[in-house]
Each structure stands twice: as structure tokens, then as C-alpha cells.
Design a protein around this ligand. Structure first.
Ligand SMILES: Nc1ncnc2c1ncn2[C@@H]1O[C@H](COP(=O)(O)OP(=O)(O)OP(=O)(O)O)[C@@H](O)[C@H]1O
Ligand SMILES: [Mg+2]
Length: 236
């Protein structure tokens, strides 16, 4: 008999920042399960705890208490080395400000995460080119980041995030630095990645951006609400 395991599960996650003598509770009893292939957006206003939650999901920071599992693997309690391995293998990151290396070309940026995989250069190039094709940027492979528009830079960042074939694509305000039309193009790419079966978790403060996802959860003052719970809250 097999018991169903979601791809990612957070149960009762709490996080408090400590600044000197002052405790600053940010996340309260967060519970969230994400199935393989889902596209979930976490929608909330500035200061609600989105990036804090994202950092925990992305194994960049640890919760104070609660249970976090990726597949069957417990994350809370792992050491930095194991956390780094999960970040490299299981998670692809996309940030608001792209975070490309400025001095190397688009394709070199996409190849970078494969250095850890120790594949031969020709294979790394072929895989990076395939990812650039997936985001429609094969013709700009040899441009430097500054020779690309913001939307194109974000597409390079998405290709870089996917080149290691991570289990989860994590995006923190991926359209935050882009104008509306360009942001909408990035959401079209996310939607087609979702159709290809890639699991995406995206945080945003923008309702319209969030609506690209197949499921929206809301975060308010460090509390997470399903769409139904949130609608009920709004009725009060
Ligand atoms: N390292 C830290 N030390 C202390 N407090 C912090 C730290 N990081 C964040 N906070 C506080 O935690 C709260 C949540 O911050 P967080 O960055 O998670 O919000 P956010 O929802 O991502 O906001 P934004 O939409 O503006 O990016 C804020 O009040 C912030 O000031
Ligand atoms: Mg943030």
C-alpha cells in the first residue's frame, strides 16, 4: 500500500526574526501542500512575509518550527551542506532583478548551474541552448545581459533556473521589474512551462500576475489562506 506524498509539504511553519531583544514574528502556522505539476501563486501585500516564506521553501533559510518536506525528505533540521544540495538539485530560482552575471553571455549564464553537474562543455552548451530555445531566445545566446531587454534577461534567468531540471521552479516577483506587457509575456512562458508539467511556485503582490497560476493562496500578516478562506474573510 502506498500513501500519497505531495511534492512539497509545509506544516505548522513558524518564523520569527530576532533583532537584539526584539522578537519579530513573521510567519504563523503556515500549512501548504503542493502537488507535482501544480502552478501555485502566493499573493500578498508588501511586508506580509512572502519572501520569508519563499526563502524557507527554497532552503535559503530555516523555519523555527514546523515540518517541511520535499518528497519524502524532511528539510527542517538539515545542515547547510544538505540544504545547498537541495537548492542546487531540486530548486530553480527566478528573482525580480534577474541576477544574471553581467560579464558573460546569455548561454554562459544558463550553463553555469551545470558546472556542478560536471558534464562535458559540449553537453552543457547543448542543454543550455535547448533551454534558451524553450524560452524563445536561441537567437540571443551570445548577447551579454546588458544587450538584452528586461524581459529577455528574465527569460535567460528562467532558462538558467530550468537547465538542471529541478523539481520546483520558485519565482519571487518575477515580473516586478518589468512593464505590464513584458510581465504578461513572462506569465505566458510560465503558463506554457506549467503545461509541460513543470511545478511552479510564484510569489507576487499583483493580483493579475497571480491569476496566471492554477491555484492562488493568500498571505496576510504571515497567515496563509486558501482562496475560499480569503473570500470568506473579505465577506466579514
Ligand atoms: N532579516 C530580517 N530581520 C528582521 N526582520 C525582517 C527580516 N527580513 C524581513 N523582515 C521583516 O519581516 C516582514 C516580512 O518581510 P518579507 O520580506 O517576507 O515581506 P514580503 O511580503 O516579501 O514584502 P515585499 O512585497 O515588500 O517584498 C517585514 O515586516 C520585514 O520588515
Ligand atoms: Mg519580498
Amino acid at each position: 500500500m502506498s500513501v500519497h506524498t505531495p511534492l512539497l509539504s509545509l506544516q505548522g511553519i513558524n518564523k520569527t526574526y530576532v533583532m537584539g531583544d526584539v522578537l519579530f514574528p513573521v510567519l504563523h502556522d503556515i500549512t501548504l501542500s503542493v502537488e507535482a505539476g501544480e502552478f501555485v501563486s502566493i499573493l500578498g501585500p508588501s511586508g506580509s512575509g512572502k519572501s520569508t516564506l519563499m526563502n524557507i521553501i527554497g532552503c535559503l533559510d530555516v523555519a523555527d518550527s514546523g515540518i517541511y518536506t520535499i518528497g519524502r525528505r524532511a528539510v527542517v533540521g538539515l545542515g547547510e551542506k544538505d540544504m545547498a544540495r537541495i537548492r542546487n538539485r531540486d530548486i530553480g530560482f527566478v528573482f525580480q532583478n534577474f541576477q544574471l552575471l553581467p560579464r558573460v553571455s546569455a548561454i554562459e549564464n544558463v550553463m553555469l548551474p551545470l558546472l556542478y553537474a560536471k558534464a562535458p562543455r559540449a553537453e552543457r552548451m547543448a542543454r543550455a541552448m535547448a533551454e534558451l530555445e524553450r524560452v524563445g531566445l536561441a537567437d540571443k545566446a551570445h548577447n551579454l545581459p546588458r544587450q538584452l531587454s528586461g524581459g529577455q534577461q528574465q527569460r535567460v534567468a528562467i532558462a538558467r533556473a530550468l537547465v538542471t531540471r529541478p523539481r520546483i521552479l520558485l519565482a519571487d516577483e518575477p515580473t516586478g521589474a518589468l512593464d505590464r506587457a513584458t510581465g504578461a509575456q513572462i506569465m505566458d512562458i510560465f503558463r506554457s512551462l506549467h503545461e509541460e508539467g513543470i511545478t511552479i511556485i510564484m510569489i507576487t503582490h499583483d493580483h493579475k500576475v497571480a491569476s496566471a497560476a492554477s491555484r492562488i493562496v493568500h498571505i496576510l500578516d504571515g497567515h496563509l489562506y486558501s482562496a475560499e478562506e480569503y473570500a470568506a474573510l473579505e465577506q466579514e
